[in-house]
Design a protein around this ligand. Structure first.
Ligand SMILES: C[S@@+](CC[C@H](N)C(=O)[O-])C[C@H]1O[C@@H](n2cnc3c(N)ncnc32)[C@H](O)[C@@H]1O
Length: 295
């Protein structure tokens, strides 16, 4: 049941993801394409566009990609702890032509996918490519241990149902065009955030979308290999320092309590999950953004 009593509804609805440019080659479980209109409004509400947008839990990186490609932030720095996802981002940002060539040559049969899954990548490019293939052919894009291959898939295309080579190459073309302004680090996002908030540089803002396992919800455990975050510490870090941020979480009592404890601002966005159940997500900011009259 939705608990609607704590925070106002956002004036911006969750968009149908088909209405927002899909810029990431990864299909990301818990991906935030639906949040892009909120991100645009938040970045637009700051006194100036940030010099640097920090995304400490990058996953598919949709917010960093969108911010840089739409000129909403000069640069972005993404961090991710998952070594497979990290290998993908390094290949996508530093070896883009070779990765595109690898995509063009690949025939996504069940056998080829299984062979790739069982192989130990020889180098960084192969590792990044392997991540992309597994991400696009496993059910729900889930890379965590135990994830299954898509069965029937779309239009009976089986494992290949989400392997659109031309589309992936086009997205990588765009990433290549902006790569000089997008940084990536394979590191703990909480540590990175801590080091950046302690030595704040003006013009830095953070988009924070951690894996969520608090409140008895276990989705984060199934979806991501790395899912243990000290949410209380994360909130405290953001409260103690001046960096602007936008953070998203499932609506859960622990998170409501943390928002109130630190006097942050939050609005609710109602989402439909894949089973069409209505779920409330929280969009949390330091300053009033979406709960301000006139937005
Ligand atoms: C909710 S997902 C982010 C989804 C992303 N916003 C998108 O739209 O694709 C959280 C991500 O954080 C990563 N992660 C978990 N713990 C981390 C940590 N301590 N530091 C950096 N990344 C971490 C997970 O591997 C996962 O990719």
């Amino acid at each position: 049941m939705l608990d609607l009593e704590h925070f106002p509804m956002s004036p911006i609805p969750a968009v149908n993801v088909a209405c927002v440019p899909q810029r990431s080659p990864l299909r990301y479980p818990g991906g935030k394409t639906w949040l892009i209109p909120h991100v645009r409004a938040w970045l637009g509400s700051l006194s100036a566009p940030p010099e640097l947008l920090l995304e400490p839990f990058a996953g598919g990186g949709i917010v960093s990609l969108t911010a840089v490609m739409e000129g909403l932030s000069t640069r972005a720095l993404m961090a991710e702890l998952d070594r497979d996802v990290a290998a993908f981002w390094r290949a996508a940002l530093s070896s883009t032509p070779a990765l595109k060539e690898r995509i063009r040559r690949f025939e996504p049969t069940r056998e080829a996918v299984n062979t790739l899954a069982a192989s130990a990548p020889r180098d960084e490019l192969e590792h990044g490519f392997r991540t992309l293939v597994l991400n696009r052919t496993r059910r729900g894009g889930i890379l965590a241990p135990g994830a299954a291959l898509s069965r029937a898939g779309e239009n009976g295309r089986g494992v290949a149902s989400r392997w659109y080579a031309q589309t992936l190459v086009r997205r990588l073309d765009e990433i290549e065009r902006h790569a000089a302004r997008i940084g990536f680090r394979e590191t703990d996002g909480v540590q990175l955030l801590a080091s950046m908030v302690r030595q704040p540089k003006p013009g830095t803002a953070a988009f924070v979308d951690p894996p969520y396992t608090a409140g008895g919800k276990r989705a984060g455990r199934r979806l991501y290999a790395h899912n243990q975050i000290d949410h209380g510490r994360l909130f405290a870090l953001l409260a103690e320092h001046d960096m602007e941020f936008l953070m998203t979480y499932d609506h859960a009592p622990e998170i409501v309590a943390l928002v109130k404890k630190h006097a942050f601002h939050a609005v609710q966005v109602i989402m439909k999950n894949t089973h069409h159940a209505r779920l409330a997500e929280l969009v949390i900011t330091k300053q009033p953004v979406f709960d301000k009259p006139g937005i």
